[in-house]
Design a protein around this ligand. Structure first.
Ligand code: URP
Ligand code: ZN
Ligand code: ZN
Ligand code: ZN
Length: 463
């Protein structure tokens, strides 16, 4: 057999093991993994490189409606360009209901926009805001049958926060259709009360945001979410877990046989509350929800990554620009309630986790692959096409140089945001080449892909 491409002499890393092997690609798929494979039209020498499944970023916000007047910087073209340059080959952004639109109309609209512009493959979670409730029974089951298998519910944010009864209703539907319920676990009533009780002088300090969303607010909501998961029997995943106390609840639940799943993000592994304490406007670059936590929380989350409490590390890419009329500073004052929460991170997710996790020995390369590709593929029904380098899978592959180092600079990134919270950070371990269905999109600093080549990824419900 003549392969289209053969990647030779690299170390293939799966979620379970690492081994020296060649990878043969034909027709956009991996067709052979083994020794001494036959000839290929394109030969790639991967000596010294890791051959890993391309990353799956299972939490990113792209082309969603404006929030408090702030507009997300990336469209599906720029977001997927940045993703590919960072070693990611599949994204799972959100369908966030359009004004006065049904869930179905919104899902079709987002999918058409991704179809027109995405450079890599994609799937969608559906956000269920308060206005979605009338469409639940009528539309969600059918949408799930069509492959929109995961939904996100919120325990906070005006307009989004759902009561326990509504969350149970959603969980019951996702359970019946083999889907997953993602939960943003922060108690919105507490956040609201704390914000209203704040000394007015403190409102004009960005760091006061953290006082309105302390770890107790996340801990309580986490416990409630896993209780609702237990009662409904629904597969449930807690997103962007930031606090040691919340992770402790997850461990507690697992100890009692409640099969709760959990995600954290690089910002909760490399950033701390000190970043939010930066004077003046700089702090806005670190404002996200939940807020960055203490060094003790960061250390605990690292420990829980290594010991299996977390299944997924996603970016929660939410790229509000810093400058400009629709960015973080557009409110004009330092009142944190005027600053939209969220950080850009699609392109830096893998390098940060590899550098701070694998290069330092906190996690193994196999755990890195599990949490950035294979687990998200399994949890969101993308296996066997995505998240693994094995015969039959899509040739979504990243060649990774574990020894290369660089300094993160926004000027070198490929999103349409105007800053990175990680400016100046030195990282070890970089993506050298990224392949999407066998096509090389990122090659040693050069990106080439036609927007619109990305496809809606096939998903299978959980049994
Ligand atoms: O600050 C964040 N995380 N913004 C995005 C919205 C969300 O809750 O994921
Ligand atoms: Zn959230
Ligand atoms: Zn998010
Ligand atoms: Zn198939």
């Amino acid at each position: 057999m003549l392969f289209d491409t053969c990647i030779r002499n690299g170390t293939v890393v799966s979620a379970a093991e690492s081994f020296r092997a060649d990878v043969g690609i034909l027709g956009g798929r991996v067709v052979s993994v083994g020794c001494d494979l036959g000839p290929a039209a394109r030969e790639i020498d991967a000596l010294g490189l890791l051959v890993m499944p391309g990353g799956i970023d299972a939490h990113c916000h792209i082309e969603e409606p404006a929030y408090q007047g702030a507009v997300l910087a990336d469209d599906f073209a720029s977001a997927t360009r940045a993703a590919a340059c960072g070693g990611t080959t599949t994204i799972i952004p959100f369908v966030n209901r359009l004004t006065n639109a049904s869930l179905r109309a919104s899902a079709e609209d987002y999918t058409a926009r991704a179809d027109a512009r995405a450079c890599i493959d994609y799937a969608f979670h559906i956000i269920l805001d308060q206005g979605s409730l009338p469409y639940l029974e009528q539309e969600l089951p059918k949408l799930m049958q069509e492959g929109y298998l995961s939904v996100k519910v919120f325990m906070n944010y005006p307009g989004y926060m759902l009561g326990d009864d509504s969350i149970l209703k959603v969980m019951d539907i996702t359970r019946r259709h083999g889907g997953v319920t993602l939960v943003h676990a922060e108690n919105g009533h507490c956040v609201h009360w704390l914000a209203n009780s704040l000394d007015p002088a403190k409102k004009s300090r960005i760091s006061s945001f953290a006082c309105t969303s302390p770890t107790a607010v996340e801990r309580e909501a986490t416990h409630r979410a896993l209780t609702l998961a237990q009662i409904s029997g629904a597969r449930t995943l807690l997103v962007h877990v930031s606090a040691a106390e919340a992770a402790e609840q997850i461990r507690w639940a697992r100890g009692r046989g409640i099969p709760i799943l959990a995600e954290t993000c690089p910002q909760y592994l490399v950033g701390t509350i000190n970043d939010l304490d930066t004077p003046g406007w700089e702090a806005a670059k670190f404002l996200c929800s939940p807020p960055l936590r203490s060094q003790a929380d960061v250390d605990a989350i690292w420990g829980d990554l290594a010991n299996g409490v977390f299944q997924i590390v996603s970016s929660d890419h939410c790229p509000y620009r810093f400058e400009g009329t629709s960015g973080k500073r557009a409110g004009g004052d330092l009142d944190f309630t005027h600053i939209p929460p969220g950080l850009p991170g699609l392109e830096t997710r893998l390098v940060l986790l590899f550098s701070e996790g694998v290069s330092t020995g906190r996690i193994t390369p196999e755990q890195f692959v599990a949490m950035t590709a294979t687990n998200p593929a399994r949890i969101y029904g993308l296996l066997p096409h995505k998240g693994t380098v094995m015969p039959g899978a899509d040739a979504d592959i990243v060649l990774w140089d574990p020894k290369a180092t660089t300094v993160i600079r926004h000027a070198d990134l490929h999103d349409d945001c105007d800053y990175t919270p990680y400016e100046g950070r030195v990282v070890t371990g970089l993506p050298v080449m990224t392949f999407s269905r066998g096509e090389c999109l990122w090659n040693r600093g050069r990106f080439a892909a036609t927007p619109g080549r990305g496809r809606l990824a096939e998903r299978t419900p959980s049994p």
